[in-house]
Design a protein around this ligand. Structure first.
Ligand code: SF4
Length: 250
Protein backbone atom coordinates (compact mmCIF):
# COMPACT_ATOMS: atom_id res chain seq x y z
CA UNK A 1 0.00 0.00 0.00
CA UNK A 2 1.29 3.50 -1.01
CA UNK A 3 1.92 6.01 1.79
CA UNK A 4 -0.29 9.18 1.73
CA UNK A 5 2.82 11.29 0.95
CA UNK A 6 3.81 9.13 -2.01
CA UNK A 7 0.22 9.14 -3.42
CA UNK A 8 0.07 12.93 -3.21
CA UNK A 9 3.41 13.19 -5.01
CA UNK A 10 2.21 10.86 -7.80
CA UNK A 11 -1.04 12.86 -8.19
CA UNK A 12 0.94 16.12 -8.32
CA UNK A 13 3.31 14.79 -10.95
CA UNK A 14 0.40 13.47 -13.12
CA UNK A 15 -1.39 16.83 -12.89
CA UNK A 16 1.79 18.67 -13.88
CA UNK A 17 2.19 16.41 -16.93
CA UNK A 18 -1.46 16.97 -17.96
CA UNK A 19 -1.12 20.73 -17.73
CA UNK A 20 2.07 20.84 -19.81
CA UNK A 21 1.52 22.64 -23.12
CA UNK A 22 3.01 21.12 -26.27
CA UNK A 23 6.34 22.78 -27.14
CA UNK A 24 5.97 25.90 -29.29
CA UNK A 25 7.14 25.69 -32.90
CA UNK A 26 10.53 27.32 -33.47
CA UNK A 27 8.97 30.19 -35.44
CA UNK A 28 6.55 30.92 -32.56
CA UNK A 29 9.06 30.82 -29.71
CA UNK A 30 9.43 34.00 -27.75
CA UNK A 31 12.85 34.82 -26.28
CA UNK A 32 12.28 37.30 -23.51
CA UNK A 33 16.00 37.90 -23.04
CA UNK A 34 16.68 38.74 -26.68
CA UNK A 35 14.22 41.55 -27.38
CA UNK A 36 14.36 45.32 -27.78
CA UNK A 37 17.44 46.91 -26.23
CA UNK A 38 16.23 50.49 -26.73
CA UNK A 39 14.23 52.17 -23.99
CA UNK A 40 10.85 53.83 -24.67
CA UNK A 41 12.29 57.37 -24.88
CA UNK A 42 14.91 56.29 -27.43
CA UNK A 43 12.32 54.43 -29.53
CA UNK A 44 10.04 57.47 -29.56
CA UNK A 45 12.89 59.77 -30.56
CA UNK A 46 14.00 57.36 -33.32
CA UNK A 47 10.54 57.37 -34.93
CA UNK A 48 10.06 61.10 -34.34
CA UNK A 49 13.14 61.76 -36.48
CA UNK A 50 12.13 59.33 -39.23
CA UNK A 51 8.64 60.90 -39.25
CA UNK A 52 10.04 64.43 -39.41
CA UNK A 53 12.20 63.49 -42.38
CA UNK A 54 9.35 61.81 -44.28
CA UNK A 55 5.90 62.53 -42.78
CA UNK A 56 3.91 60.49 -45.33
CA UNK A 57 6.01 57.49 -46.38
CA UNK A 58 4.55 55.45 -49.22
CA UNK A 59 5.02 51.99 -50.62
CA UNK A 60 7.25 52.10 -53.68
CA UNK A 61 5.12 49.43 -55.34
CA UNK A 62 2.66 50.86 -57.87
CA UNK A 63 -1.02 49.92 -57.51
CA UNK A 64 -4.41 51.46 -58.18
CA UNK A 65 -6.68 49.62 -55.73
CA UNK A 66 -6.51 46.93 -52.99
CA UNK A 67 -6.53 44.13 -55.56
CA UNK A 68 -3.58 45.46 -57.55
CA UNK A 69 -1.78 46.17 -54.26
CA UNK A 70 -2.27 42.53 -53.26
CA UNK A 71 -1.02 41.28 -56.64
CA UNK A 72 1.96 43.67 -56.60
CA UNK A 73 3.02 42.42 -53.15
CA UNK A 74 2.66 38.78 -54.26
CA UNK A 75 4.85 39.56 -57.28
CA UNK A 76 7.45 41.32 -55.13
CA UNK A 77 8.65 38.20 -53.30
CA UNK A 78 12.37 37.89 -54.05
CA UNK A 79 12.13 40.75 -56.57
CA UNK A 80 12.75 44.48 -56.42
CA UNK A 81 9.87 46.97 -56.34
CA UNK A 82 11.28 48.66 -59.46
CA UNK A 83 11.31 45.33 -61.33
CA UNK A 84 7.74 44.56 -60.25
CA UNK A 85 6.55 48.04 -61.30
CA UNK A 86 8.08 47.67 -64.75
CA UNK A 87 6.11 44.46 -65.31
CA UNK A 88 2.90 45.33 -63.47
CA UNK A 89 2.23 48.71 -65.14
CA UNK A 90 1.14 47.10 -68.40
CA UNK A 91 -0.59 44.21 -66.62
CA UNK A 92 -2.70 46.46 -64.39
CA UNK A 93 -3.77 48.60 -67.35
CA UNK A 94 -5.76 45.69 -68.71
CA UNK A 95 -6.41 43.67 -65.52
CA UNK A 96 -7.09 45.80 -62.45
CA UNK A 97 -9.82 43.55 -61.00
CA UNK A 98 -9.92 39.83 -60.17
CA UNK A 99 -12.56 39.25 -62.86
CA UNK A 100 -10.38 40.82 -65.56
CA UNK A 101 -7.32 38.91 -64.30
CA UNK A 102 -9.17 35.59 -64.53
CA UNK A 103 -10.33 36.47 -68.05
CA UNK A 104 -6.78 37.35 -69.04
CA UNK A 105 -5.62 33.85 -68.09
CA UNK A 106 -2.45 32.32 -66.72
CA UNK A 107 -0.49 32.22 -70.01
CA UNK A 108 -0.94 35.94 -70.63
CA UNK A 109 -0.15 36.87 -67.03
CA UNK A 110 3.03 34.81 -67.33
CA UNK A 111 4.02 36.80 -70.43
CA UNK A 112 3.50 40.12 -68.63
CA UNK A 113 5.61 39.14 -65.61
CA UNK A 114 8.32 36.98 -67.18
CA UNK A 115 11.03 39.49 -66.21
CA UNK A 116 10.33 38.80 -62.51
CA UNK A 117 11.86 35.90 -60.59
CA UNK A 118 9.65 32.85 -59.98
CA UNK A 119 7.22 34.17 -62.60
CA UNK A 120 5.67 30.80 -63.45
CA UNK A 121 4.58 30.14 -59.85
CA UNK A 122 3.55 33.76 -59.40
CA UNK A 123 1.35 33.71 -62.53
CA UNK A 124 -0.36 30.57 -61.25
CA UNK A 125 -0.90 32.14 -57.83
CA UNK A 126 -2.24 35.42 -59.26
CA UNK A 127 -4.84 33.58 -61.34
CA UNK A 128 -5.83 31.24 -58.51
CA UNK A 129 -6.12 34.01 -55.91
CA UNK A 130 -8.18 36.05 -58.41
CA UNK A 131 -10.52 33.08 -58.90
CA UNK A 132 -10.90 32.73 -55.15
CA UNK A 133 -11.62 36.45 -54.69
CA UNK A 134 -14.37 36.25 -57.31
CA UNK A 135 -15.84 33.01 -55.97
CA UNK A 136 -15.61 33.70 -52.24
CA UNK A 137 -15.50 37.47 -51.73
CA UNK A 138 -17.52 38.97 -54.59
CA UNK A 139 -14.34 40.20 -56.26
CA UNK A 140 -13.21 42.17 -53.17
CA UNK A 141 -10.03 41.84 -51.14
CA UNK A 142 -11.06 40.62 -47.66
CA UNK A 143 -10.23 42.79 -44.67
CA UNK A 144 -9.24 39.75 -42.65
CA UNK A 145 -5.82 38.28 -41.93
CA UNK A 146 -6.90 34.63 -41.92
CA UNK A 147 -8.76 35.01 -45.22
CA UNK A 148 -5.80 36.81 -46.80
CA UNK A 149 -3.26 34.23 -45.64
CA UNK A 150 -5.43 31.45 -47.07
CA UNK A 151 -4.98 32.86 -50.60
CA UNK A 152 -2.30 31.27 -52.81
CA UNK A 153 1.05 33.05 -52.62
CA UNK A 154 -0.03 35.19 -49.66
CA UNK A 155 1.96 34.85 -46.44
CA UNK A 156 2.04 36.83 -43.23
CA UNK A 157 4.17 39.65 -44.64
CA UNK A 158 1.91 40.18 -47.66
CA UNK A 159 -1.18 40.13 -45.44
CA UNK A 160 0.46 42.71 -43.16
CA UNK A 161 1.18 45.03 -46.10
CA UNK A 162 -2.40 44.77 -47.41
CA UNK A 163 -3.93 45.27 -43.94
CA UNK A 164 -1.70 48.31 -43.40
CA UNK A 165 -1.81 50.03 -46.77
CA UNK A 166 -5.31 49.14 -47.99
CA UNK A 167 -7.12 49.05 -44.64
CA UNK A 168 -5.07 51.38 -42.43
CA UNK A 169 -4.22 48.83 -39.74
CA UNK A 170 -1.05 49.39 -37.66
CA UNK A 171 0.56 46.11 -38.74
CA UNK A 172 4.32 45.54 -39.06
CA UNK A 173 5.32 43.84 -42.30
CA UNK A 174 8.84 42.54 -41.75
CA UNK A 175 10.91 42.21 -44.90
CA UNK A 176 14.68 41.93 -45.15
CA UNK A 177 15.17 45.71 -44.65
CA UNK A 178 12.92 45.95 -41.58
CA UNK A 179 14.56 42.85 -40.12
CA UNK A 180 18.06 44.30 -40.56
CA UNK A 181 17.31 47.84 -39.34
CA UNK A 182 15.35 46.59 -36.31
CA UNK A 183 18.23 44.34 -35.26
CA UNK A 184 21.01 46.85 -35.90
CA UNK A 185 19.35 49.72 -34.10
CA UNK A 186 18.33 47.62 -31.08
CA UNK A 187 14.57 47.91 -31.72
CA UNK A 188 14.57 44.11 -31.73
CA UNK A 189 16.91 41.20 -31.29
CA UNK A 190 14.48 38.82 -32.95
CA UNK A 191 15.93 35.95 -34.92
CA UNK A 192 12.85 35.42 -37.11
CA UNK A 193 10.55 37.89 -38.92
CA UNK A 194 7.76 36.95 -36.52
CA UNK A 195 9.89 37.78 -33.47
CA UNK A 196 10.84 41.15 -34.97
CA UNK A 197 7.20 41.84 -35.82
CA UNK A 198 6.17 41.06 -32.24
CA UNK A 199 8.89 43.34 -30.86
CA UNK A 200 7.88 46.22 -33.11
CA UNK A 201 4.22 45.81 -32.22
CA UNK A 202 5.23 45.99 -28.57
CA UNK A 203 7.66 48.94 -28.64
CA UNK A 204 6.54 51.30 -31.42
CA UNK A 205 4.44 54.13 -29.96
CA UNK A 206 0.84 54.12 -31.23
CA UNK A 207 1.21 57.50 -32.98
CA UNK A 208 3.96 56.04 -35.21
CA UNK A 209 2.59 52.50 -35.65
CA UNK A 210 0.77 53.05 -38.94
CA UNK A 211 3.84 54.21 -40.89
CA UNK A 212 6.57 52.45 -38.85
CA UNK A 213 7.27 49.60 -41.25
CA UNK A 214 7.51 51.99 -44.23
CA UNK A 215 10.00 54.20 -42.41
CA UNK A 216 12.11 51.16 -41.53
CA UNK A 217 11.94 49.74 -45.08
CA UNK A 218 12.99 53.04 -46.65
CA UNK A 219 15.72 53.58 -44.06
CA UNK A 220 17.07 50.09 -44.78
CA UNK A 221 16.84 50.50 -48.54
CA UNK A 222 18.55 53.90 -48.82
CA UNK A 223 20.61 54.48 -45.65
CA UNK A 224 21.08 51.40 -43.48
CA UNK A 225 22.06 49.26 -46.45
CA UNK A 226 23.05 45.67 -46.01
CA UNK A 227 26.75 45.86 -46.95
CA UNK A 228 27.62 49.52 -46.49
CA UNK A 229 25.34 51.28 -44.03
CA UNK A 230 25.68 55.05 -44.40
CA UNK A 231 26.10 55.65 -40.69
CA UNK A 232 27.89 59.02 -40.96
CA UNK A 233 24.81 60.49 -42.68
CA UNK A 234 22.24 58.58 -40.63
CA UNK A 235 19.76 60.73 -38.70
CA UNK A 236 19.42 58.15 -35.93
CA UNK A 237 23.12 57.40 -35.58
CA UNK A 238 23.33 58.56 -31.94
CA UNK A 239 20.37 56.35 -30.95
CA UNK A 240 21.34 53.25 -32.92
CA UNK A 241 23.12 50.51 -30.96
CA UNK A 242 24.85 48.80 -33.92
CA UNK A 243 28.43 48.17 -32.84
CA UNK A 244 29.93 47.96 -36.35
CA UNK A 245 28.77 51.38 -37.58
CA UNK A 246 30.55 52.79 -40.61
CA UNK A 247 33.05 55.27 -39.12
CA UNK A 248 32.83 58.99 -39.88
CA UNK A 249 35.63 60.40 -42.07
CA UNK A 250 38.32 62.29 -40.13
S1 SF4 B 1 23.74 54.34 -37.59
FE1 SF4 B 1 24.29 52.95 -39.26
S2 SF4 B 1 23.65 50.93 -38.54
FE2 SF4 B 1 22.57 52.44 -37.29
S3 SF4 B 1 20.61 52.77 -38.31
FE3 SF4 B 1 22.02 54.32 -39.05
S4 SF4 B 1 22.89 53.46 -40.92
FE4 SF4 B 1 21.97 51.76 -39.76
Amino acid sequence: MKSPDRSAAIRKSAAAKRSKKPPAKKSERVRPGRRSRLGPAAVTELFRRLADANPEPKSELEYVNPFTLLVAVVLSAQATDAGVNRASRALFKIADTPEKMVRLGEDSVRDFIKTIGLYRNKARNVIELSRRLVAEYGGNVPHDRTALEALPGVGRKTANVVLNVAFGEPTMAVDTHVFRVANRTGLSAGTTPLEVEEDLLRVVPAEYAHHAHHWLILHGRYVCKSRHPECPACIIRDICLYEAKTPCAE
